[in-house]
Design a protein around this ligand. Structure first.
Ligand code: MUC
Ligand code: MG
Length: 386
């Protein structure tokens, strides 16, 4: 008997524009809207998968934008994959790499949809496809980035009181180093031992700034500094890693397994912030995790401030990782004024819960996606043929 092998029939990508709950002030931009790209992939047997490719602040964070992600998928990745066997994800990854250099976030969004569809066909979660779920939930940090110390303190106190977060990442790097250190010190003094305080500089400092900064930050009780200098300055990262007690985390320096190997061999970080999109997909993200584990580098689940679809993918993958020493920051959906799932993800007791179910374990609410869709001429229902 010949069984029909499901083929990839259709791949659609569209941008949502969802307001954030407040301005999110980063060293390179202030976000007031997040624009996730949602991918919907349909297979010849009727099975479907969804994925997400999201970046931060237009083109200010990395070389991909929401518009470039859609364009790369529609113009290059989808034509390369239509007609291919939907189960052959490794082949699909190789084909995408052959047809397009870079464009990691676009590739990641398509790959995510392939894993979701495969899981649904097999009746398995994506965590099962990656070897099996170990964790049911995981610690989840919140980013304080209002731009004002008093507002940040009030926000953190409310989060602690409601048992939503007690790990806080402060976005710094926009002001002078001493002002930033004073800002972090005020927040740590107000919250005391009730909170873990970390900072993300998003590459804004020179090495000289960073020497002052790391010394000042560890003196005020900050536990970790993320990407203090430019991603390509691995020697500077290595100097900072060995010179101070405060942990140094690589984020923008990690664009996939090759970068992870370079950071590890230069001893340029104590911690990897592993992001699926920045790694180029779940498979590459898993490889970055393995390189970190092999090198004795601690792990942290990072975010591109994805909506709930990308966040669910991260929960599925990281639930298979044995030890996440620094927890996660999978709070993306909470930064948005609205959720796009039929059943939102669960945040409780300072943790985020891995969704149950097949594939990514989540479903899009078509009313919400229609409402937030930038190109409103085609609704999700029309795309789905429903
Ligand atoms: C980044 O650089 O880590 C993650 C959390 C947040 O607030 O911003 C992002 C990006
Ligand atoms: Mg970062």
């Amino acid at each position: 008997m010949v069984t029909d092998v499901p083929k990839i029939d259709q791949i659609d990508a569209f941008i949502l524009d969802i307001p954030t709950i407040r301005g999110h002030v980063l060293s390179m931009t202030t976000m007031r809207t997040q624009s996730p790209v949602i991918v919907r992939l349909r297979c010849s047997d009727g099975s479907e998968g969804i994925g997400e490719g999201t970046t931060i602040g237009g083109l200010s964070y990395c070389p991909e934008s929401p518009e470039s992600i859609v364009s790369a998928i529609e113009t290059y990745l989808a034509p390369a994959l239509i007609g291919q066997e939907a189960d052959q994800i490794t082949t699909a990854i190789a084909l995408m790499d052959r047809h397009a250099r870079g464009n990691r976030i676009a590739k990641s969004a398509v790959e995510m949809a392939l894993w979701d569809a495969l899981g649904k066909r097999l009746g398995a979660s994506v965590a099962q496809l990656f070897g099996g779920q170990i964790a049911q939930d995981m610690p989840v940090a919140w980013t304080l980035a209002s731009g004002n110390s008093d507002t940040d303190i009030a926000e953190a106190q409310a989060m602690i009181a409601s048992h939503r977060h007690n790990i806080f990442k402060l976005k710094i790097g926009k002001r002078a180093v001493r002002e930033d250190v004073a800002h972090v010190g005020r927040i740590k003094a107000a919250l005391g031992d009730k909170a873990s305080i970390r900072v993300d500089v998003n590459q804004a400092w020179t090495l000289a700034d960073a020497r002052w900064g790391l010394k000042g930050l560890q003196d005020v009780g900050c536990e970790l500094v993320e990407q203090p200098v430019q991603a390509r300055y691995l020697n500077a990262m290595a100097e900072l890693t060995r010179s101070y007690e405060i942990a140094v985390m690589a984020d923008e320096a990690l664009g996939g397994p090759e970068d992870a190997l370079a950071v590890a061999s230069k001893k340029a970080a104590d911690v990897f912030a592993v992001k699926i999109a920045q790694s180029g997909g779940l498979m590459r993200g898993r490889e970055v995790i393995s390189i970190g584990q092999a090198a004795g580098i601690a792990l942290y689940g990072g975010t591109m401030l994805e909506s709930a679809v990308g966040t669910a993918a991260a929960l599925q993958l990281f639930s298979t990782v044995e030890h996440l020493a620094w927890g996660t920051e999978f709070f993306g959906p909470l930064l948005l004024t609205d959720d796009i799932l039929t059943t939102p993800l669960t945040y409780r007791d300072f943790r985020v819960v891995v969704p149950d179910g097949v594939g990514l374990g989540v479903a899009l609410d078509p009313d919400k996606t229609d409402f937030y869709r930038r190109d409103k001429t085609r609704s999700l229902r029309a795309v789905a043929g429903a």
